[in-house]
Design a protein around this ligand. Structure first.
Ligand code: ATP
Ligand code: MG
Length: 586
């Protein structure tokens, strides 16, 4: 039953404006739909929500006599007493959202509860109209038009429909990720944009992010006392140079919290560079009394009873999930250009210490009083000063003459702490992949002119796609001329590639283009990946010492020397300890 909160409770609710833009309307309506027990939520928008927003669900519906009160301030069915504030199980609880929306727009609501007819009601100029019978399925549909009609300044500050639309998509993505068992659809300007059916979280991630996320996700499931964390983190192929794909949910609610994000980043340790952000979608389940959601009206910032405890639990959880990556990574840092073949031992902060090389957590942003009372921050500061005065680490130089190829497949070399084994194909693949990606933005890769240019035929529609891919091929070092009649002439190929392979590569790149969408962020990656896979040296190719040295050198010049673009490990380390153990010396 929807009721007005008591005066006392009203004063305890974090009040404030929640309707900033179309995406905030979508947020509030979708949250109401989820709270209503719906398993199907449809969103329709026009002109980025500036013209129309409609959210329809198949949830409980609202009794016709309760339709008016649902739009009154501080009226909710979700909490009743002060104590309820500390055990909130729903996304909403303030009883404010519909009232706020109705105060700045025109609203039409149609709702039907089980065993009753449907009814509709209009609200225009903040005046509630009569309740009329209407044809409806069980559930609720709310349509918003003329948003900010009475606050022209706010309307003027909205961005273009495209930008507002993107914010709506991002908003729906959050709810889709935290509710993989629910169906979501989004139609924008009559176009189907999102159509998700109930599925596993892994499939949901692939569907809302990018098909390239398939096989690049590590599952996480961690329980510590009454805390539990579950979800997925991305491997190194899903590392981006801009933030934006970090999702933390608290008891199913999307939240933003820099400290918790930094817990994840720090678990990746030195395998992440400064300014690199891995993908993650994690749900943290805490006892309700450990967290206060009633801090901010948007409920995106929350306050924890013990933020550092959660920090440690998340960090341990991610460290455990990430172990398969860390295990294959030798305990040395990537050498910088000046110190090629130096493998210093990494300084890894002790558990719980912050890695200050990550920008995301700024110690200076904390007030002095926080610092005084928080031993963890003291530890972090002493770690930071240790790091600043840290002496040059002992370095074990690889003896350049001690580098061998075994089975025309692996490169083996000793380092101080043991032995490294490098897969020559994936190593070269990583090098070419990063070079191709860099070439897309900058200068093309080196080309070698063919003595006898090659002719290649295509079907008419393949040829049209080829014209789209041509600029990328040229960046990779191909020189191609149109030869008329759906035919091209290949005049030069990337200098790194062996002859005779060019038609295969072009074919594969084209196939890739036909399946992957050009708008996908992964489009260029897919091109670079298929190029590098085909062009790289193969198992079975004999390399001389010079070629091996050059390959290892270039590998350590890449951003991610440990994983190939398809997620396979490039380097494996056998430590002296491991060898000694196996020979039963220790
Ligand atoms: N889609 C819906 N299906 C069923 N009931 C709904 C729906 N939307 C709103 N309601 C009812 O209307 C009430 C008011 O909604 P409103 O969003 O204003 O407040 P709330 O969700 O309780 O709290 P908050 O302001 O934090 O969102 C809800 O408590 C709920 O009972
Ligand atoms: Mg609500």
């Amino acid at each position: 039953m929807i009721k007005q909160l008591s005066e006392d409770l009203k004063n305890k609710i974090s009040a404030g404006e929640v309707v900033e833009r179309p995406a905030s309307v979508v947020k509030e309506l979708v949250e109401n739909s989820i709270d209503s027990g719906a398993d199907e939520i449809k969103v329709i928008v026009e002109k980025g929500g500036k013209q129309l927003i409609q959210v329809t669900d198949n949830g409980s519906g609202i009794n016709s006599d309760e339709l008016p009160i649902a739009f009154e301030r501080f009226s909710t069915s979700k909490i009743n007493t002060f104590e309820d504030l500390f055990k909130i199980n729903s996304l909403g609880f303030r009883g404010e959202a519909l009232a706020s929306i109705a105060s700045v727009s025109e609203v039409k609501i149609i709702s039907k509860v089980e065993d009753s007819d449907g009814f509709e009601m209009l609200i225009k100029n903040a005046i509630i109209g009569s309740i009329e019978p209407a044809a409806a399925l069980k559930g609720t549909s709310i349509t918003i038009q003329n948003l900010f009609y009475n606050t022209p300044a706010r309307r003027k500050f909205l961005k273009s429909p495209r930008v507002e639309f993107r914010k709506i998509v991002e908003m729906i993505r959050r709810y889709a990720l935290s509710n993989a068992s629910l169906s979501f659809s989004l139609i924008s300007d009559q176009r189907d944009i999102i159509n998700l059916k109930s599925e596993s979280l892994e499939d949901r991630i692939v569907h809302v992010m990018d098909p390239a996320y398939r096989d690049q996700l590590l599952q996480l499931n961690y329980i510590k006392g009454d805390y539990s964390i579950a979800g997925y983190i991305g491997n190194l192929n899903l590392v981006r140079t801009r933030p934006g794909e970090q999702y933390i949910f608290l008891n199913g609610r999307f939240i933003k919290n820099r400290l918790l994000n930094s817990a994840v980043y720090n678990a990746y340790k030195s395998i992440l560079n400064r300014g690199e952000y891995p993908f993650f979608a994690l749900n943290i389940v805490l006892p309700h009394n450990e967290v206060d959601i009633n801090v901010h009206p948007m409920k995106i910032e929350v306050r924890f009873k013990d933020e550092w405890r959660i920090y440690h639990v998340i960090k341990s959880a991610v460290e455990e999930a990430i172990r398969p990556i860390l295990d294959t990574i030798p305990d040395f840092e990537k050498p910088t250009l000046e110190t090629k073949f130096d493998f210093p031992t990494t300084f890894i902060p002790k558990e719980g210490e912050i890695n200050p090389s990550q920008e995301t957590f700024d110690l200076n942003s904390l007030s002095n009083s926080d610092i005084k009372f928080n031993p963890a921050i003291d530890r972090a500061k002493s770690y930071a000063s240790q790091l600043a005065s840290r002496p040059e680490p002992n370095s074990g130089k690889v003896d350049l003459e001690n580098i061998w190829q075994v089975h025309s497949k692996y490169i083996v070399s000793p380092i101080t702490s043991g032995l490294v084994i490098i897969d020559q194909h994936v190593a070269h693949e990583r090098v070419l992949f990063e070079e191709a990606m860099a070439a897309f933005d900058n200068n093309p890769m080196a080309a070698q002119t063919l003595l006898f240019p090659e002719i290649m035929d295509f079907s008419p529609d393949e040829f049209i796609s080829l014209l789209d891919v041509l600029p990328y091929l040229e960046k990779m070092g191909f020189r191609i001329k149109e030869f008329g009649n759906n035919t091209i002439m290949i005049e030069a190929i990337p200098s790194e590639m062996s002859w005779g392979n060019e038609k295969n590569i072009i074919k594969e790149i084209l196939d890739n283009f036909l399946v992957s969408q050009k708008e996908h962020s992964s489009f260029q990656e897919a091109l670079a990946a298929s190029f590098s896979c085909k062009a790289a040296v193969k198992a079975g190719d004999v390399l001389n010492t010079q070629e091996m040295k050059e390959l290892v050198n270039r590998l350590f010049g890449t951003k991610h020397p440990y994983y190939c673009p398809h997620g396979r490990p490039i380097i494996i380390q056998l430590s002296m300890d491991e060898l000694d153990r196996r020979f039963e010396r220790i």
